[in-house]
Design a protein around this ligand. Structure first.
Ligand SMILES: [Ca+2]
Ligand SMILES: [Ca+2]
Length: 179
């Protein structure tokens, strides 16, 4: 089953991951996205940054292997939408990305992501401020205005689950969601 919300979420991710804005996903987009995200996490250590970059490279190679239907080495919006039809092929890749992104938001390693670190990373990816703040609130920040790393990681996994609707991640697509 695939919800309209899941389609909206996937379309938003495509528009943001097309970091150079040329209408297709290519390896360069993921390099550019990696640079942006790492630059937004100046307190993170090299291991966390390397893990994030590796997860983005895997994201790209998985897309290329699974979705490049016409074999041109790029992923079109139509090709990308097919990812919600076979989520099991992306589960491990998304899990690695979810763990790497949430971890880079916790440079102190205390198990929590502070709101400013969350906002900086999500802004670097390209989400809008109002959507980012709404998502953070939906994650239920605890004392000190922070959220558990694992709550964010699970929120990322949920975001890609085609059967999901009414989840925290749907705050990202409200009113178009992108830049
Ligand atoms: Ca592109
Ligand atoms: Ca293609």
């Amino acid at each position: 089953m695939r919800t309209p919300e899941a389609t909206d979420r996937v379309q938003l991710v495509f528009s943001l991951f097309d970091a150079d804005g040329n209408g297709c996903l290519e390896a360069d987009d993921f390099d550019l996205m990696g640079e942006r995200v790492v630059a937004a996490a100046p307190k993170a250590d090299d291991a966390a940054k390397d893990a994030l970059l590796a997860s983005l490279r895997r994201y790209w190679t998985t897309l290329l292997a699974e979705l490049d239907a016409n074999g041109d080495g790029r992923i079109s919006p139509e090709e990308f939408e097919a990812c919600v039809l076979s989520p099991e092929r992306f589960e491990a890749t998304i899990d690695e990305f979810a763990r790497a992104l949430s971890a880079i938001g916790d440079p102190e390693g205390d198990g929590f992501v502070d709101r400013p670190d969350f906002v900086a990373l999500m802004t670097a990816i390209g989400f809008r401020r109002a959507n980012i703040e709404a998502l953070f609130e939906a994650f239920g920040p605890v004392a000190g205005d922070r959220i558990p790393v694992e709550v964010w990681a699970e929120g990322i996994r949920d975001y890609y689950r085609p059967e999901k609707a009414g989840i925290a991640g749907d705050h990202l697509t409200a009113d178009g969601g992108g830049r």
